[in-house]
Design a protein. Sequence first.
Lengths: 297, 303
Amino acid sequence: MSTLAASNLPVRRRRYRMRRALGEAAAAMLGLVLLIWSLLPVYNMLLIALDPEEGETEFAGLIWPPEPSLESFRVVLVGGYWFIEQFWHKFGNSLYIGLLTMLLTMAIGSLASFALGRTRLSKVRFLASAPLLTYVIPASFLVIPFYRVMHVYGLTDSPWAVVAADVTFATPYAILILLQYAKLVPLELDEAARVDGASPAQVYLRIYLPLMMPALAAVGTFALLLAWSEYLYQYLLLSSERNMTVAVAIAQFFDADEAPWNYMMATAIVYSLPPIAIFFALRRYMTAGLTLGGVER
Amino acid sequence: MSTPQALAAGSISVSRPGPPPWRFRPSSSELVWAIAFVAPYAAVFLAFVVYPVAYGLALASDPSLYADLISDPLYVRTVINTVLFVGLSVNLKMFLALLVSGFFMRRRWWVRALLVVYILPWALPSVPAFVSFHWMLIGEYGFLDSLLSALFGIDGPIWFNDRWLALGSNVVAYVWKWMPFWTIVFLAGRMAIPREIYEAAEIDGASGPRRFLHVVYPLLANMYLVCTLLATLWTIGEFTTVFLVSGGGPALSTEVLATLGIHYAFDTARPSLGVAAMLSALPVLIPITIMLMRRLETRGVQL
């Protein structure tokens, strides 16, 4: 019996090693596919943006830039072409909308999640998921009535109208995530503070907010990316040149027949940098903040 | 404490029947506090959801609008496109994200490095991303066709000249943009599964596909359903992808409800018809939302 087992062992081990090596090879292949998949459109942006003169790379069948140059980036940054005149002003508008959306979503979302998850209101059935009713009508479906309603509010051509729309559609998801994450913060902490005479506002400020930081960072980034990615509301609600954002300016290139695509791509790349930077700075918190429901037991 | 561990710890802790209210001063003042805390959100909800929705319903209340819609072949084709776009892109991105999240559980330095690159599409704003897709696929010598001819000597198709290729391009671009987001969500879900369960499965000889089928999938099934419902709601209203990648072309044959509504409202100057086209999705949207809310109410609370 024992001799049989001993003679089988090297064969088994070899088989195990081979399976392992095959698994590694498959993983490496999958990794390569994912790498190409993720980077191809990004490479395409660089390819067109690095072309010094319009029309050399695109439509010429080339897959690398023949004479890479940063000329189009220079033109964009000094606002040297009429579509992207006052690039920094438009960039400032985008930043204003993005940061306001982020801050308001974090503030309104955390206040609401505190009330819905940790006070007596948490006993009211369905109240916690009521914000999700917002998603019955997707953002783009609401844009026409929203446009009219903004006239009623006197927010025609105002960045605040766009902020209102972005906050409206970012907050329900924020509340959902914050409520899920808040289950990790023991209620005993709140109770102890209450015994010591803290008011609900103090519990919110001193206990809830600090412990919720990872989820708040995730939710804030989500809101910022939403505002930065949003196009339809910015396009319809902001009519004047003064309030125009970079996203609208990029799409405007499509209106012209002979637009310089290298400038458009350079604008697109510069526009993409801030959210990427913020995103990767806060990446640690992403995984933590985004769990929905976790594991069923 | 790093947060995935915190999450795992949280998932082990015993769940309580329901959070107790403030026990110590059962006065009405805490209720006032609670209401004050919800007030900002309630104000946002009333001013920017309830009022516009009521306005929209009033705009689109005329039944003749719906008769116009049904008799318009463009609308019927758009409904088919929307069903295909939503069905394909939601299922593809969710299922692939679930699989790929398993790949990213590997503890190798290069897998971690790859995750940073893989997340890039999510961090990239929509307008630049979809403009790039449009440019990759346009004409005879878009980047993708150039690549095909340089590497394999194949003459690629003119993607936006064919309805199905254009629709497929929209789906691929949308999946590309949103798969990383859901991968991260599922990755967090997988990390919350205690290691002992994996180890027990390993000892019982379940590895690879069997571990996925019998361990990971049953544990994540509820989360997968909740995420799919939410993703469906978001995808039904998708505008930017179709508007920028195929532009609804060729000849308005790949429009979805969101872009068609805008087309009616601004190109043909019939805003009520546009709102009606968009609101015609309500019979689908309402049941999905109710299912989502009930799921979260009854199951999602169990950590």
